[in-house]
Design a protein. Structure first.
Length: 146
């Protein structure tokens, strides 16, 4: 079996934490950060949106972030704490999805987030279906998604 290696070259890279709520139009997870940069926080939000899409399309295509249309970042240099990450699907076509993704501490206001545009493409030689589907099924199981 071919091994998949994900090298983001970002210290502290995190996958979405435990998914606590999901339906066709939204996803919410709980994520703990420990002394990470704002870039890692945006990455966690991006991964959450992509996870929601992958689940919705049953892994039939490769999902990728195309653009962050607007974002707010935390005011501190390093982020620590337990956050609620949420994604709300704002619109979609056959191959693109628009989300509002945000993070907040418990019942507080959004601390960071933005509007994220995702796309999909067919699996190919660069994005191998058997390798990626297997990998994301493991990610789903770790995030308590079935």
């Amino acid at each position: 079996m071919e091994q998949i290696v994900i090298n983001t070259k970002l210290d502290g890279f995190v996958w979405p934490g435990k998914v606590v709520e999901m339906d066709e139009g939204a996803i919410r997870s709980i994520q703990s950060f420990e002394d990470v940069s704002d870039v890692i926080c945006l990455e966690a939000l991006s991964q959450l949106g992509a996870l929601h899409i992958r689940h919705g399309i049953e892994l039939k295509r490769h999902v990728f972030l195309m653009k962050i249309l607007h974002s707010t970042l935390p005011k501190t240099a390093k982020i620590t704490g337990r956050y609620s990450l949420s994604g709300i699907l704002k619109g979609q076509t056959d191959q693109s999805w628009l989300y509002h993704l945000s993070a907040k501490l418990k019942e507080g206001n959004d601390l960071f987030g933005g509007v994220f545009l995702f796309g999909t493409i067919d699996y190919n030689d660069n994005f191998k279906k058997d390798v990626l589907q297997s990998h994301y099924l493991k990610v789903f199981s770790c995030s308590n998604i079935g």
